[in-house]
Write a protein that binds this ligand. Sequence first.
Ligand SMILES: *[C@@H]1O[C@H](CO)[C@@H](O)[C@H](O)[C@H]1NC(C)=O
Length: 771
Amino acid sequence: MGTSSSSVSKLLSLVCLVMCLGSQLVQCSVTYDRKAIVINGLRRILFSGSIHYPRSTPDMWEDLIQKAKDGGVDVVETYVFWNVHEPTPGNYNFEGRYDLVRFIKTIQKAGLYAHLRIGPYVCAEWNFGGFPVWLKYVPGISFRTDNEPFKKAMQGFTEKIVGLMKSENLFESQGGPIILSQIENEYGSQSKLLGAAGYNYMTWAANMAVQTGTGVPWVMCKEEDAPDPVINTCNGFYCDSFSPNKPYKPTIWTEAWSGWFTEFGGPIHQRPVQDLAFAVARFIQKGGSFVNYYMYHGGTNFGRSAGGPFITTSYDYDAPIDEYGLIRQPKYGHLKELHRSVKMCERALVSTDPIVTQLGTYQQAHVYSSESGDCAAFLANYDTKSAARVLFNNMHYNLPLGPSVGVQTSQMEMLPANADMLSWESYDEDISSLDDSSTFTALGLLEQINVTRDASDYLWYITSVDIGSSESFLHGGELPTLIVQSAGHAVHIFVNGELSGSAFGTRENRRFTYTGKVNLRAGKNKIALLSVTVGLQNVGGHFETWNTGILGPVALHGLDQGKWDLSWQKWTYQVAGWAEREAMNLVSPNSVSSVGWMEASLVAQRQQPLTWHKAYFNAPDGDEPLALDMEGMGKGQIWINGQTIGRYWTAYATVCAEVAEFHPTIKNWHIESYGRAEEFHSPKVHLRCSLGQSISSIKFASFGTPLGTCGSYQQGPCHAPASYDIVEKKCMGKQRCTVTISNSNFGQDPCPNVLKRLSVEAICAPNNLRG
Ligand SMILES: *[C@@H]1O[C@H](CO)[C@@H](O)[C@H](O)[C@H]1NC(C)=O
């Protein structure tokens, strides 16, 4: 049968190197035709996996890439993140986690190919979609449209990256591993909205990219107008109905979503591997030849790199390699089997178009057979009610109902590294002494990013109000109300140094209004609003123009004069008065003694909301992944040895689970030589909260035909009345629970002969917050 992919690619890079050295003409090449990407004359079926270099540490790269290779991945895909590489105009950083050349060379060393998605707009749930914040302040700029300042900057960065790759001989045309590059990202819908300006920009971007002369093809994902020779590609959960815009381009799936990202307080999304593998098999069966898993390893949004608002520090994505770099089963193993099976058929799949034959009423065969005698067949059972036995090529095959690979689950569990409790010291921010040299004043409320330039999440807005001693609320009347309108993302309100309240928006609606009673005194009162960003917008039309921070109005209501609008009075501003500006000094060992640390227990009694906590620990032996469980903390940021790890915000999490009797989108497929066919008995719904949390309420439960998705489930036409009670009984107060999907478990069949499923949405709350 086929050669294994690893030896093929090793062989190719070897041959290629010799050819390039031995000739002035560049002989190594990547081209394409209607069937596939063609590398040095050979059409290839390629499996690719997204691993973003800044989302892991350089020490992890080799292991991650080797695991990807062992999982049957041929190509590693990464975006290029402009804002980490050019923090200020013209000053570049390719160090540490940002060492793109080292990352690509690590891929090369493993004998894999690379797909470089330069963007430079990447979305990627990455801060500001990958754009440097300074770009927003280039005079006359307008992002991602036919705008000269933007195009100049975009071209500059694209050429910088292409030049860097060329200087290290990293394109396949030079003997390197890069076989594909991407320009722009998911621009199609934007382009349509912008009309001619969008179309002109898109064609300019394509031409500009092609002009860089990399010797390898360019792709544009979700851009059906991509001009020749750029290949338009598909992103999605399913891409089997996708075709490229020209018959001579190959069918490429640049993002096969292995799961989904998480937002603070939102559900952790999971995608069953059966569904993912089915979608990939169907794509290949229909003639697709390149599949990239987004993500293969999601990793971590370190520091303040998470996009927003409200994207979490974890970017696990339910990927085959989990956030910590550990193999996630059964996802990893199941996909590996799929890759192996498809690779056995590679030559046949790239040689011809399939002949489709009917094997039964609901059973089909897609047969690929080449002149050289290679042959591959996809046998499919569309019947949703029963398994089938078919005769194909004088052999009998059982085509099961349900996913055709045995389901085995294994759960990774983190064990505590230090048996001893850490001993904590704490330090209170003294918010009464903010009036130092780092403040400035202005009339009125300022847009937050314009002031902070995103050097910090935090901006203080401080003003004062004089309250006359005759105000009725000082003599037994009702307290006045403070109303603060914010454009995002969160705010803490302090009145005379005391926390008075907090509020925050959501990813869908970042604007919010805080309303709360305030305890003012006669004379001068200080109102200090700490406005907080939680990752800058990474997606949306002209998101660079979206405002953030307290834009007002800010007003006091219920005074004797009625309403007092504070929006236009004098405000004092300070960026990061207590946070990152101090962070490095505060947490680096030699400056520790310079501030007033005290034992944590003493601080706790004082109920200060803005507090630093510090502890020392010995790194555990070995080099297993080490994770921090922030359970029990509220919201903040973490540093270890002066390095910023990320934000945390732990209060609540939503978990959702949805399992069908037989997954409705999985028809029943069997690729010749693809695993062992097994029946898929009694599916179960598993709910699991983080350690230290348990299920505090069931927001939704329905066995039947529930509608909607996690976060917005609704009862459908079929619903077992006992659904909620059964799930509640099994799950309330538990860290994890399992509910078996069977009619008997739910009393009776709520709708015979209908494909049913169980959808559950539950809230996990920290154990110590529950009474
Ligand atoms: C940003 O701040 C400057 C003053 O520092 C001001 O002139 C400008 O209008 C502000 N821009 C926006 C978009 O708020």
